[in-house]
Design a protein around this ligand. Structure first.
Ligand code: GDP
Length: 295
């Protein structure tokens, strides 16, 4: 992940070392390469354009420090802008307030929704919360079984849904049970389709109305690049998502989804999936990722 981008950007910085100052000529040449590196990493072209413009402005602006090595200045500017692109500060999960907090997991089939639901429940339990897993994907064969099995492995309680039930009913009944059992967080694994369809969105909107979730997390497969961003936009328009879980960040995706999704949707990545194991989910820290890209 990010390897090619990393190499390309470091190549750009190297060209600045040995130069005396930042000037119009060397900055423009550097920016051209940064632009190409980002486009090659499959970053949204509008996002790239704005990024390059901001970096250019800063490189040639008044805040450039006299007497500091031009390469170091450019690295610092690109680093800060990458942090912004990735969402700025780490965005916390909003599960405060009255209990139980409800989290809806939404996204396309195969994105990693079911796995991420279990991973997130595991993470929350480590923070001394009492999570409750709710399998509500009645369309994908075996999705309910899959989540119930993962819940058992983790020793986390799960709602006893069956495939003949209606997802809207499952969500409401599970919430009632969670209240009774005094669980802290309800995680609803909703159904995904191979493509967005109206019926799915309506069903999700109905669940949203019925259980008033504090978080609607869009689960996106980082390997699908700009497609993930387009689908996120669509889910956001129709459901108003509150954040993103980027899965399969352990793969060799070029990084375009991670670097575009916040700018395009306005919603931050909150967690990343780093492998198939249930322990392989991390809180997303923009500064650490930026550091990794430039490291
Ligand atoms: P769903 O259809 O959205 O519920 O998707 P699943 O949770 O069943 O995940 C689809 C596949 O992706 C499974 O084989 C998962 O093990 C795998 N998967 C999910 N998250 C990750 C991740 O972060 N890294 C890797 N390598 N695989 C993942």
């Amino acid at each position: 992940m990010f390897e090619t981008l990393s190499d390309r950007l470091n190549g750009v910085f190297e060209k600045f070392s040995g130069q005396k100052t930042l000037n119009d000529e060397n900055v423009q040449a550097g920016l051209r390469e940064v632009r190409l590196a980002l486009l090659e990493a499959d970053v949204n072209f509008k996002v790239v354009k704005e990024f390059v413009a901001r970096v250019g402005e800063k490189c040639l602006g008044q805040d450039v420090l006299k007497g500091v090595d031009p390469a170091q200045q450019v690295i610092k500017i690109v680093h800060d802008e990458l942090v912004e692109l990735l969402g700025g500060d780490t965005t916390e999960l909003n599960i405060s307030g009255s209990k139980p907090a409800v989290i809806m997991m939404v996204g396309l089939q195969g994105s990693g929704k079911t796995t991420s639901s279990a991973k997130l429940a595991n993470l929350l339990r480590k923070q001394n919360k009492k999570p409750f897993l709710v399998p509500a994907d009645v369309y994908r064969p075996a999705a309910i079984d899959q989540l119930q099995t993962l819940a058992k492995q983790l020793g986390i309680p799960a709602y006893n849904s069956t495939p003949d039930m209606n997802p809207v009913d499952i969500a409401s009944a599970a919430l009632a049970e969670a209240k009774e059992q005094e669980y802290d967080v309800v995680l609803i694994d909703t159904a995904g389709r191979l493509h967005i369809d109206e019926q799915l969105m309506e069903e999700l909107a109905t669940i949203k109305r019925n259980v008033t979730p504090q978080e609607i997390l869009f689960v996106a497969d980082a390997m699908t690049g700009q497609d993930a961003v387009t689908v996120a936009e669509s889910f956001n328009e129709q459901l108003e998502i509150s954040g993103v879980v980027l899965t399969k960040m352990d793969g060799d995706a070029r990084g375009g989804a991670a670097l575009s999704i916040k700018s395009v949707t306005g919603k931050s990545v909150k967690f990343v999936g780093m492998g198939e194991k249930l322990s392989e989910m991390e809180i997303f820290h923009p500064d650490r990722i930026a550091g990794r890209i430039l490291g």
